[in-house]
Design a protein around this ligand. Sequence first.
Ligand code: FAD
Length: 519
Amino acid sequence: ASYLMWFRRDLRLKDNTAFSELTEIAKQASSKPDIKALFVVTPEQWLEQAMSLVQMDFIFRSLKTLAESLFNQLNIELHVLQTSDYHQCIDAIDSFCQQQNISHIASNYEYEVNELARDAALEKQLGQKGIVFNRYHDQCILPPKSVTTNEDTMYKVFTPFYRKWQSILDTGLVNIHPLEPVNNNKLNPDILTQILATIDNLYQQTLRLFLESPANQDKNTELLLQTAHQTYPAGENEAYKQLQQFLAEDVQQYDIARDQPALEATSQLSAYLSIGAISPRLCYLQAKQTAQAIYEANEHNLSKIDADLGAEQDIQRWISELAWRDFYRHVMVDRPDIVKGAAFNEVADQKVTWSYDLSDFEKWCKGLTGVPLVDAAMRCLNQTGFMHNRLRMVTAMFLTKDLFIDWRLGERYFMQNLIDGDFASNNGGWQWSASTGTDAAPYFRIMNPFSQAKTHDKETVFIKTWLPELKDIPTSVLHDEAKLRQALSKKGRFADVDYPQSMVEHKQARLYAIEQFKG
Ligand code: FAD
């Protein structure tokens, strides 16, 4: 019998829980174990779940590097199948297992509702044929349901969750899973050529389907993909390099610089984390090791103690962001109804009458609201597939509080455009901004996009990068709603600049939103 690793959102070998466990089971069961690997491309399902073009492309690029590593390092062949959706995927895997004489399958959990249902159905179908389908927790540093209150319930607020999360980790519970070669027989190099050709072929078919999708119209898709290829080289080695580089340099100013979009001072690891090209546990442990190394290097140097404390604080701050990722996954598993569109706080969500004005929504999508920071951020997203965290909050708040548009529309638009689209983190961020989420922004604390620009884009470097038409307008004007309105008015100095007047007045929009929430 053979053993099958079914890869999903865990496109790596290093610290891959299911893969490591499967090799262990196979080794114990046989002196000559045979491990195979599988990935199933499901284009229609991906589109239905609002996967972005850049993320689909990133998955295929990562799949090729995974196929090469499996082949070259471990003598394992990666089989790639295609089915339109999850329903068909079940029968396709069943037939594959019969053909290949598979006795065990291992996978890492995907916690969204459709994925859990697919796995449960497959487990049942395979079970009737005596095939075992094991799943493992891998996506989080600490698995969903493992960080709970003393009453064994899920935390509803981040800070106590984080404290408990950290206290569990301080006991040293997290380890990296080993990677051991198992298959002894060298494979014919032609097989790798065939695998890569199959992946290319499936990519071209999937690309055509994605390009036809309404979500991908009106975009310079060629430029978008080209930019993504440069910024996000595929593969776990690239992800690891990025982690090392970040920990060696930028992390030491993270606490201050993380909120300045123009500095690009964050790790940019989210794209890799979202498809599992790097392990979150590895990120955590390497960050802890860096903090320890800084501490030891400066232990006897009193003059460096301040710097030392600062660096530790920066690293801990970064670790807390990884904890937010775990938190939102815990929330999703605790409240599966949010995957189907429910608000975490349904009372707040139902109190307000959301707008569905599609013309307003389109202006927001295209970066034509007339609010410079919002428009710069949206154009950056549309052209690169990435948006800085601070700007995700600003644009999401603008959509939900200034335009009062249902957060679900924005949530879907982000998924359709982000390279790091991840249901739990995206939903968490949107519901935070809409004040319908767990530990959300209080409804009366509404970000002013002009003050946000003043604080986080002091010299308007970010704004002017993405809105070159505003290059001659002074920073002090761009930071001030009334001055900008005046400058762009018919009689104003910049009347000829091709940039729209702001579609709302923030002060009024804010009062309207607060009234609605007060109910
Ligand atoms: P760093 O600052 O280097 O942080 C390290 C890692 O921690 C990130 O890669 C990410 O995995 C995690 N992280 C950081 N901030 C958060 C957060 N607020 N919530 C959850 N995890 C976090 N993140 C996604 O990965 N996918 C999404 O689809 C997504 N949608 C978002 C939507 C909104 C409205 C908001 C406000 C936030 C969203 N985030 C999402 C969280 C955050 O913006 C990104 O993770 C972050 O900008 C990625 O950049 P980085 O890797 O350089 O982050």
